[in-house]
Design a protein around this ligand. Structure first.
Ligand code: SF4
Length: 324
């Protein structure tokens, strides 16, 4: 295992709303290692995207991080001023969004957008930036990079736009790429191509990737490790092979049963009964207990972290006795 690049501890995020305080993240603990691909998976609203935005220091309006730390190469980003985070964003940590149509600026060519990011973070003359932009378009395997440089986003297909977004994200040599549902809006063939590209970029560029997704198939195909989120907490984490194929937490198992890929061999899709808890109440005990078929009285208390193997952890009372 490589050295940790990011270490998140007890991250808690709240929003003030007219209805009251919404508890969006309830003590996230995560590590992302150098050159790691970590999948962050869970249902809509479980806190996946908010975790990514917190790492970038882009908490949406009304939100407040009330506790925790986000260590990045040993520095706690939560103690840094906005001027520091502006240097981190793009240069050290970059983001690829779900919909490249909204993340790309329709008024500028792809070449201008790559060079704008480079100008902000690097000292290079115009020719060097142009050469580097061309090189990046080759790296993301866009055909005819010289033509793409002068192309506006609306002239590209969805898959080409996402490749251009990845080129922009890589333009300053970031150590961490946060990819938030990067293939959700693409058709299946293009999805596979973009995932394959991200996988190869990790190997070739040595960039770590936080892959935010609701799709377990994307995790299985792309990631080395996975963290399963429920109600703003990590409930299980570890190597993909262990978590997806020997899942321990009842929520992870329910997610797998609800996954179309897994149920395709003649099995029926199993919906997860019940609904996610309202974020308006602070969590007491295990957040999954109202939906858990194996809930016990003790589950009214916060579940312990249990090490299944040195790299695989689950937060559940079912395994509490198995620890030394
Ligand atoms: Fe179910 Fe209890 Fe485990 Fe929560 S701690 S998942 S309620 S058994």
């Amino acid at each position: 295992m490589n050295e940790p690049l990011v270490i998140i501890r007890d991250l808690r995020l709240q929003f003030r709303t007219y209805a009251g305080i919404v508890h969006a993240l309830n003590g996230i603990d995560l590590e992302i290692y150098e050159q790691d691909v970590l999948g962050l998976v869970g249902e809509t609203g479980c806190g996946k995207s908010m975790t990514g935005l917190c790492i970038l220091g882009l908490v949406p309006r009304g939100g407040e991080i009330v506790s925790g730390s986000i260590g990045f190469r040993g520095e706690d980003l939560l103690t840094k001023p906005e001027s520091y985070m502006q240097q981190v964003r793009g240069a050290k940590i970059a983001m690829v969004f779900q919909d490249p149509s909204t993340s790309l600026n329709p008024l500028f060519t792809i070449g201008q957008q790559i060079e704008t990011v480079m100008k902000r973070h690097q000292q290079a003359d115009k020719t060097q930036m142009h050469e580097r932009a061309l090189e990046l378009l080759k790296v993301v395997e866009l055909p005819d990079p010289a033509r793409i440089m002068d192309t506006y986003p609306h002239e590209l297909s969805g898959g080409m736009k996402q490749r251009a977004s990845i080129a922009i994200a890589l333009s300053c040599g970031a150590d961490l790429l946060i990819a938030d549902e990067p293939t959700t809006d693409l058709d299946v063939t293009v999805q596979a191509q973009i995932l394959d590209l991200l996988r190869r970029l990790r190997e070739a560029q040595g960039v770590a990737i936080l892959m935010i997704t609701h799709d377990l198939a994307v995790v299985a195909e792309t990631c080395q490790r996975v963290a399963v989120l429920y109600a703003g907490q990590v409930v299980e984490s570890g190597p993909v092979d262990e978590v997806l194929y020997e899942a321990k937490h009842p929520y992870t198992r329910a997610l797998l049963e609800a996954s179309p890929k897994r149920s395709s061999r003649g099995k029926t899709l199993q919906a997860i009964p019940g609904t996610v808890p309202s974020g308006l109440r602070p969590l007491e005990g295990c957040a999954f207990s109202p939906r858990c078929p194996r809930a016990m009285e003790v589950c009214a208390q916060p579940p312990p972290r249990v090490a299944v193997t040195p790299a695989h952890a689950v937060y559940c009372y079912l395994y509490a006795d198995s620890e030394e």
